[in-house]
Design a protein around this ligand. Structure first.
Ligand code: NIG
Length: 392
């Protein structure tokens, strides 16, 4: 089945093709088959006229925590009244998530995926990390894997209240890891004061790698610390948050394959200094932007908002911000195009529009994508196509 898309005022390919005006695209069986000027397009099985709108690759949201139940609005209000964020709030969500049950967690996940897609997201990662015992982490991983390809085991999110930290790390690296590994691609750890130390984090990441999972790290969110250096040391695909970054951290990142992922909505919601994405890009670090959807620090999957904030407040150009939220996210998940529109495993690439890649399209309700920053907060997502099919 082939579909010809026309009526594209600007097609931001986020590839060497750059931005094409008055463009057309053909998708066949979910894969991009042709891109070029509308005047050269040939017929396909069906035709979708997008009415003169701008088209981008769908957002690749490489950092979310979508499996949870419970409400933390009181914690948020207290923070807005001057309290500071502390990792301990995770325990509130843990209790609600353990009690929710599979049916409710699945329903909540469905709703969250639908909301993210309506906002232009076509690929998302999700973490476990609100179960914090073997049964609940395994349940979260299983539910997540039935909906999402990139599932991350984050048993090392917080030491559950009352547990001994070292014994809990043993559990995470042993029985818990064995229970979740069949459902997960990634292993993650919250390497931060109040969560896990450098040594504990290294143990968790190494155990995950031994079980065949690939590392990613929550690091340098609440203060300077070892998270970035550890991420680079273990060859993590990404280190996320990066609010407190030293010159030495930047040097390490710039010389590595580790993506630095900024989470602007989280920075605003926790009143942390915004991650220094401008400085990172200028130093040659690969940067991604993600939503960090979670009930504690970033209760939004609105990638348009994150991209607008990166431009307005973090001094990225629109091109840089779009690239970070598409190609950068794909790179953070190792799903980017490495040639012929395929990723390193030969799957259709994400995060850029090239022949051979996934036909994942975000159609804006405007002819000019600059509106993502120029008209912040406006309802700019018109339609989302995943593998060539409209999902909203
Ligand atoms: O990415 N930093 C650690 N984990 C989440 C927050 C979790 C929570 O407070 O519920 C984050 O911000």
């Amino acid at each position: 089945m082939s579909t010809l898309f026309t009526g594209i005022s600007e097609l931001r390919t986020v590839s060497e093709l750059g931005t094409l005006r008055d463009a057309a695209l053909v998708a066949t069986d979910g894969i991009i088959e042709w891109i070029g000027p509308a005047s050269e397009a040939t017929a396909a099985d069906e035709h979708v006229d997008l009415g003169g709108r701008a088209v981008l690759p769908g957002w690749v949201d490489s950092h979310t925590h979508m499996i949870f139940d419970g409400d933390r609005s009181a914690e948020f209000e207290a923070r807005m009244a001057g309290e500071s964020y502390a990792a301990g709030g995770i325990a509130v969500t843990m209790n609600a998530t353990r009690q929710a049950g599979e049916q409710r967690l699945t329903q909540l996940l469905d709703q969250r995926i639908a909301a993210a897609q309506a906002g232009g997201t076509t690929t998302m990662e999700t973490k476990t990390g609100y179960g914090l015992n073997v049964a609940s982490e395994a349940e979260a991983a299983r539910i997540a894997a039935s909906h999402i390809e990139d599932v991350t085991f984050l048993g090392a999110h917080l030491v559950p209240p009352g547990a001994d930290a070292e014994e809990y790390v043993d559990l995470v690296c042993g029985e818990m890891l064995a229970a979740v590994a069949p459902f997960c691609t990634w292993i993650d750890v919250f390497c931060e004061r109040g969560a896990f130390t450098e040594e504990q984090s290294r143990r968790v990441l190494t155990a995950g790698q031994t079980a065949g999972l690939l590392p990613r790290v929550h690091g340098n969110q609440l203060g300077t610390g070892p998270g970035i250096a550890l991420a680079v040391e273990v060859g993590a695909a990404s280190v996320d948050h990066v609010n407190y970054v030293s010159d030495a951290d930047i040097e390490l990142l710039a010389a590595s394959n580790t993506v630095a992922t900024g989470l602007p909505a989280c920075d605003l919601s926790t009143r942390q200094p915004l991650a220094p994405l401008r400085r990172l890009i200028d130093a040659g670090v690969t940067v991604a932007i993600a939503s960090n959807l979670n009930p504690g620090t970033s209760y939004t999957s609105a990638m348009n908002f994150c991209v607008g904030t990166a431009v307005l407040q973090q001094h990225l150009t629109l091109d840089e911000a779009i690239k970070a939220a598409t190609w950068g996210g794909a790179r953070a998940l190792r799903r980017e195009d490495v040639g012929g529109g395929k990723d390193a495993k030969g799957r259709p690439a994400k995060g850029s529009l090239v022949v051979g890649a996934a036909a994942d399209l975000h159609v804006l309700n405007t002819h000019n994508a600059v509106d993502l920053a120029y008209r912040p907060g406006m309802p700019l997502s018109y339609r989302t196509f995943v593998a060539g099919k409209a999902v909203n």
